[in-house]
Design a protein around this ligand. Structure first.
Ligand SMILES: [Zn+2]
Length: 344
């Protein structure tokens, strides 16, 4: 099907009340395990690559593999920059061919967060790439070894959320509602009233970061209240690590390729299970949602059934990287904006 942005997928998820799972890719085993799962349960999927993982994965190196796999896949695939921390990283992801970006200026003052995010939206939307941004602060560290507690002083404020969405033009809002990245110190306690209020005020899909450790029931409740994307990584990585350790302990004659294969298999199991809980499993094969062939790759790209998620493909330029002239237009626009701000 090729890479798609999140806009159609979120529209479909809103209508049918489910959440898209976003799973981090740090190696080819993760990429293959996650896509194996999505195809097995017929679910759209978001592949996250986080800036904090750039030490493990080179985006320019892995992009051709992701594009190749997405083109072959019989389900919609989004390639999302997770927690882009600078405008430079966002431009790099756009140049590379990502179909969605998450820009995180949540640690900066509100006015600066709005200003920078608005700029990212302008750049990304100009080439058909969707944008998620964060308001409030989700604590902990992605894949971090230390457990963290949510702090209510960092929870997303509904008044600010309403203004933030209106002034930035983002497509999805990452919120702080009792969630933390990595493992939780104690039982996670999501503030469901706040989720409902944020959904009402923001009026766009909400995103839950820090999915590891939240119970299935709490996930389902959060989804019923408007969560449309759930980031899930730490627990998946931990389960894969445990499986590799068990395999090593069981067999003396075990090679690295056997361990990598085990990792891929267990990642597939974990992701399939999460997709069932998030409600996205099977949405690509529901009657009326998909082309009559059941979503075989060759026909998907020409299918015009409006109900099926991910029908709108990105402009050709995005899926294959932005051309040099487009990039130079974007960069000169950004520079002009920054100069204007400094002068005013
Ligand atoms: Zn996050």
């Amino acid at each position: 099907m090729g890479l798609v942005n999140t806009i159609d997928l979120f529209r479909h998820a809103e209508k049918h009340s489910y959440a898209l799972g976003a799973f981090n890719v740090v190696s080819l085993e993760f990429l293959n395990g996650i896509l194996d799962a999505a195809e097995a349960v017929k679910s759209p999927v978001i592949l996250n690559i986080a800036e904090v993982h750039f030490d493990y994965v080179d985006i320019e190196q892995i992009y051709p593999a992701i594009k190749y796999m997405a083109d072959k896949a019989c389900v919609p695939v989004v390639l999302n920059l997770d927690h882009g921390m600078s405008i430079e990283t966002v431009v790099r992801a756009l140049r590379c061919g990502f179909s969605a970006v998450m820009y995180d200026a949540s640690k900066k003052p509100l006015e600066q967060n709005i200003e920078e995010t608005r700029l990212v939206v302008k750049m990304a939307h100009s080439v058909g790439v969707s944008v998620e941004a964060e308001l409030g602060r989700v604590g902990g560290a992605e894949g971090g070894a230390h457990a963290a507690k949510a702090r209510c002083e960092f929870f997303t404020d509904p008044d600010e959320a309403e203004r933030y969405v209106a002034e930035t033009g983002i497509d999805a809002l990452a919120v702080s509602v009792g969630n933390v990245h990595g493992f939780y110190d104690g039982e996670p306690e999501l503030d469901f009233e706040l989720i409902a209020e944020l959904k009402r005020r923001a009026g766009i899909p909400l995103v839950l970061h820090g999915g590891s450790g939240i119970s299935d029931d709490d996930f389902r409740k959060a989804v019923s209240l408007g969560m449309r994307k759930i980031n899930f990584f730490t627990e998946m990585s931990k389960i894969a690590t445990d499986r590799v350790r068990e395999t090593l302990e069981r067999s003396e004659h075990c090679f690295i390729q056997d361990l990598l294969k085990e990792a891929r298999l267990v990642i597939k199991e974990v992701v399939m299970d999460r997709m069932r809980v998030f409600g996205s499993a099977g949405v690509c094969s529901q009657a009326g949602n998909i082309c009559p062939t059941g979503g075989s790759c060759a026909t998907c790209s020409s299918c015009s059934t409006p109900e099926r998620p991910g029908n709108t493909r990105l402009p050709e330029t995005t899926g294959q990287g932005i051309s040099d002239s487009q990039l130079s237009d974007i960069v000169s626009e950004v520079v002009k904006n920054i100069l204007n701000q400094n002068n005013s």
